[in-house]
Design a protein around this ligand. Structure first.
Ligand SMILES: [Zn+2]
Length: 289
C-alpha cells in the first residue's frame, strides 16, 4: 500500500466516524428510566425494636417527620432512633424553604413568596400534572389551588431542575401535596425522572380505584401530550415556511429583492414575488419592509 493510499483510507475512516456522531449523540440523549427504589424504610429505636416503616419527610427541630406507608405523618424525636438511623439522617441532608403560596400555575407548579419576599417557582417533584389543554388539566390545578393557595407551606428539596426551578416536596400541616395529587388521580408519577417506588405504587392505587383522571378510558400522559403538541407545531411551522402562498405579513419582490409589509401597496401585488420572513430581502423605502 502506498503512502498516498493509506492516507486516503485514514481519511475515509475519519469520515465514517464523523457520520456516526449524530446517531451516537441521539442514543446518549435517550436516557433509561431511573431504577425504582423504595423511599419507605424501617426505623428502629435505640434498643433495635422496629418503630415504623416510613419515608423521611423533613426534620422539624429535634423531631423527624416520617410519612408512613398508609399515608400518615408521624413526628418522632430524633433521640429515639437507633444510632444507625441517626447516621442515615445525617447522610441524607434535605433543604427546607418556608413560604406563602401566591399562585398555582398548574397541578404540579406553584409560586412561593419566601421569608425574604423573594418569589420562587416550585415544581412538585416526582409528579406530572395534565396540561391545561388536557382532560383534568383544570381540575388538577384547582385541586392544588384549593389545598395550598394563600397558605404557608414547607418545601423540602434536594435540587433545582434544568429550568432553574426548585424540584420539591410540599407539605402543609400533616399533608404531603405531591402524594395528594397522585392519590387523588390529579397527576401522573413522573416515572422518566423519578424512581420512587412508593409514588409509583400510589399512582397504581389511584388507577385501580379509578379516581380523577383514571376515570377516563385512555388517559394520555402529559409528557406524550407535550411531545405531540411540539411535533404538531413543528409540522405547521414546516408547512408554513414550505408554502410560499401562505401569507406571512411580508412580501418579497423576487425581481428587485425588496421586502414590503402588509400595509404597503406593493404587498402581494408585484409581478414576481412571494411571501417571506421579516428578515428576508432589503426593506422597502416607502413602507419600511
Ligand atoms: Zn413597500
Amino acid at each position: 500500500m502506498s503512502i498516498a493510499t493509506s492516507q486516503v483510507y485514514r481519511l475515509l475512516i475519519i469520515c465514517a466516524l464523523l457520520a456516526m456522531l449524530p446517531a451516537m449523540q441521539v442514543q446518549a440523549q435517550a436516557q433509561p428510566d431511573p431504577p425504582l427504589v423504595d423511599s419507605i424504610r424501617p426505623w428502629h429505636d435505640v434498643d433495635g425494636k422496629l418503630l415504623t416503616k416510613s419515608r423521611l419527610a423533613y426534620l422539624d427541630g429535634d423531631r423527624a417527620a416520617l410519612w408512613t406507608e398508609s399515608g400518615q405523618m408521624l413526628h418522632i424525636p430524633q433521640a429515639q432512633f437507633s444510632a444507625a438511623d441517626q447516621k442515615w439522617i445525617a447522610e441524607h441532608p434535605l433543604q427546607i424553604l418556608r413560604g406563602k403560596v401566591i399562585f398555582v400555575a398548574d397541578g404540579d407548579t406553584v409560586g412561593l413568596l419566601d421569608a425574604n419576599k423573594i418569589q420562587v417557582r416550585i415544581r412538585l417533584d416526582g409528579i406530572d400534572a395534565p396540561e391545561s389543554g388536557q382532560a383534568f388539566g383544570t381540575k388538577s390545578r384547582q385541586a392544588l389551588n384549593d389545598a395550598v393557595y394563600g397558605k404557608e407551606v414547607l418545601v423540602v428539596y434536594e435540587k433545582s431542575d434544568q429550568y432553574g426551578r426548585i424540584l420539591g416536596n410540599i407539605y402543609l400541616a400533616d399533608r404531603w401535596l405531591n402524594y395528594d395529587q397522585l392519590i387523588g388521580g390529579m397527576a401522573w408519577h413522573y416515572r422518566h425522572f423519578n424512581g420512587d417506588a412508593y409514588l409509583a405504587q400510589s399512582q397504581k392505587r389511584a388507577e385501580v380505584e379509578k379516581v380523577g383522571l383514571w376515570r377516563d378510558v385512555n388517559p394520555m400522559p402529559p409528557w406524550r401530550y407535550r411531545l405531540n403538541e411540539k411535533r404538531q407545531n413543528e409540522m405547521e411551522e414546516a408547512k408554513r415556511t414550505a408554502d410560499p402562498m401562505l401569507p406571512t405579513g411580508y412580501w418579497l419582490n423576487t425581481s428587485s429583492g425588496v421586502r414590503h409589509n402588509s400595509k404597503c401597496e406593493h404587498y402581494g401585488k408585484t409581478t414576481r414575488g412571494k411571501y417571506c420572513d421579516a428578515d428576508e430581502g432589503k426593506p422597502c423605502g416607502q413602507c419600511g419592509g
